[in-house]
Design a protein around this ligand. Sequence first.
Ligand SMILES: Cc1cc2nc3c(=O)[nH]c(=O)nc-3n(C[C@H](O)[C@H](O)[C@H](O)COP(=O)(O)OP(=O)(O)OC[C@H]3O[C@@H](n4cnc5c(N)ncnc54)[C@H](O)[C@@H]3O)c2cc1C
Ligand code: SF4
Length: 352
Amino acid sequence: MAKSVLVIGGGPAGLSAARALGRLGVPTILVEKDGQLGGNPIKNHYHTLIPRKLKPSQVIGPYIKEVESNPNIKVLLNTELTACEGEAGSFKVTLSNGEKHEVGAIIVATGFEHFDPRRKGELGYGLYPDVITNLELERMFSQEGRLYRPSNGQLPKRVAFVFCVGSRDRQLGVTNVHCCRYGCALSGLQGMEIREHYPDVDVFCYYMDVRTYGTWEYPFYWAPQEKYGVRYVRGRIAEITYSPADGRLRVKHEDTIVQRPSEVPMDLVVLVLGMEPSPGTKKVAKILGLAQDPDSQFLIPSDESGSNIISNKPGIFIAGACKGPIDIESSFSEGEAAAAEAAAFIGAKVTV
Ligand SMILES: Cc1cc2nc3c(=O)[nH]c(=O)nc-3n(C[C@H](O)[C@H](O)[C@H](O)COP(=O)(O)OP(=O)(O)OC[C@H]3O[C@@H](n4cnc5c(N)ncnc54)[C@H](O)[C@@H]3O)c2cc1C
Ligand code: SF4
């Protein structure tokens, strides 16, 4: 039995798995395909995180620091798994940098990618500069520190959030019927941030139904309305167009409460993006023979184990958003659980 563990993916799930293994004294190799650790929240400059309203550097930064400085952990950036032979307890892995290693267990934490809104042509993304994604709004806040209309650089008077773009959408087929889990809550937070800094800007949220899970209901659904005056409108968006007459967007939708179509002028429309399995998740699934959901293509755990992190392949554990939409704190927890399982699997002699 080889006594080291390979962790694939350096986002929240992979970082927490590597950190836990390092703390247990288990020799660990962490491979990350990009040039930096931190996963989507760091790479894509998320601004303020739900639920604690902290910055990604505050939440994920300490994990990166510890992983980079623990001598039990070897971090390989710009590196991927290219081949794997052998079996549980003695996997012989080949990496894209040419290195070969023998490891006893593998943790897959290859995460998700954002839905490409160009696939919903009727929403006008890529056509009208003032239709942006919530990811771009996060970058606007975190990198430029101000809210503006990309078309003219001016402060918008009316901002609309369109929920569920690329999620819960049967028009896209079976691949995108899942809920993104974070979108309603993050939009509530972003709406509050806009109203706090720009009280004259009106904010509207267009929703099918609002899913602010568990304890997120008051702080990210009721508080935006009761304390900040964010307005919620129930309905499906039919189309977003542009009116050259006044240079504003038009949001056309069917209000499903009053049951009539309406067309509302907006200055900035923010699309709330869904989550899909990352290309890396699909690639690693093929190399390792991991089971995927036939519809969404996310990884699925073994039927027999009853555990969410034990894969269909002995000695291989799966954590975080490679299995579907999940928040950061849960990704951390799953990484730690996968580390405990992997350490137990290789019979690690724990040093504390
Ligand atoms: C717009 C948006 C905002 C969000 N805001 C919040 C929030 O405020 N609070 C919250 O709790 N959650 C939020 N989330 C969810 C959060 O992003 C996820 O919970 C978290 O990123 C999942 O971590 P992960 O490590 O599983 O995946 P990821 O963050 O996707 O990290 C996976 C890592 O694996 C790497 N990788 C992929 N393939 C390979 C490969 N083959 N080899 C090596 N490395 C590979 C990737 O480069 C990446 O670094 C948000 C999601 C979105 C879409
Ligand atoms: S969390 Fe909200 S925005 Fe995201 S898919 Fe679910 S209902 Fe839609």
